[in-house]
Design a protein around this ligand. Structure first.
Ligand SMILES: Nc1ncnc2c1ncn2[C@@H]1O[C@H](COP(=O)(O)OP(=O)(O)OP(=O)(O)O)[C@@H](O)[C@H]1O
Ligand SMILES: [Mg+2]
Length: 256
């Protein structure tokens, strides 16, 4: 039976969609059958991150009409399955995101993990994603506004009895003005699942419409997302030691 994990943040733009596309791809690499769902029906962009912006049948059709959810499943080249949301601005009218809970029942036997990319804020979309999840992953950046919103999200989850697996701290630059990891840990009081550095490979991978773990598998961000997948599965993670460059490799690097 699939485990449903929703990725939520409170504050927008902190890296939820990036986390979903990369965690999904990293779980597939660990042999899991994964379905990622764009639960952000007002401003969807999971399918943009994954490079297939047009799908004939989307989650909107499932929620609006009687289309079975199985008809909206597409296979991505990474091996994960995606249920996209419609990119059309009109499609969002009269949508009841709350219907997602019932629709998901038909998917439980079809995957090991179902990841839901939530919308920013704590409106209907995020609250539904929280309600239907077995557990949530909270994404934050190391700044006061996003950590405060992450805290609000965690409190709401705790009040509604949803398990919080932990927090992903994304876009860490190591600057003095940032909140430190220990400050974030003591504010949120949940496990820190992974720390993703600010890494230009991420926007470059989005431009290429690929998860960064495929675009630059050995980048620092990729390593952090692979670590997250191992943590979620309770499996060990071995960080690849970077091979020391020979003097010849160093010379050719500088002469490039
Ligand atoms: N580790 C990182 N390093 C550099 N840039 C990053 C990193 N993570 C995310 N970004 C950039 O931040 C932007 C927002 O990321 P993303 O779309 O994943 O956020 P989101 O939380 O899903 O946003 P929204 O709330 O709008 O759905 C993207 O343009 C991405 O390139
Ligand atoms: Mg997003």
């Amino acid at each position: 039976m699939a485990k449903i994990i929703s990725v939520i943040s409170g504050k927008g733009g902190v890296g939820k969609t990036t986390t979903v596309s990369n965690l999904g791809a990293a779980l597939v690499k660990r042999g899991k059958n994964v379905i990622v769902i764009d639960g952000n029906i007002t401003t969807p962009n999971l399918s943009l991150h994954l490079g297939i912006p047009f799908y004939p049948i989307t989650l909107h059709d499932v929620l609006k009409r009687k289309t079975p959810i199985e008809a909206a499943i597409y296979e991505h080249s990474s091996g994960m399955k995606i249920i996209p949301a419609s990119l059309s601005a009109d499609a969002v009218k009269d949508i009841k995101i709350e219907k997602l809970e019932g629709a998901l029942l038909n998917l439980l036997g079809r995957a090991d993990v179902i990841l839901i990319d939530s919308a920013a804020g704590l409106g209907r979309e995020a609250l539904t994603a929280m309600k239907i999840a077995d557990e949530i992953i909270v994404v934050t950046n190391p700044d006061l506004p996003s950590v405060t919103d992450a805290l609000r999200t965690i409190k709401l989850a705790e009040e509604s009895g949803t398990k919080v697996s932990g927090v992903v701290i994304n876009r860490v630059k190591g600057k003095k003005h940032e909140l430190s990891i220990s400050e974030i840990k003591s504010m949120l009081n949940v496990p820190i699942l992974t720390i993703v550095p600010e890494d230009s490979s991420v926007p470059k991978s989005i431009k290429k419409r690929k998860p960064v773990i495929h675009h630059k598998p050995n980048s620092r961000a990729s390593t952090a997302f692979k670590k997250l997948a191992a943590k979620i599965l309770g499996e060990p993670f071995k960080e690849k030691k970077k091979k020391k460059k020979s003097w010849f490799e160093r010379l050719t690097f500088w002469l490039r």
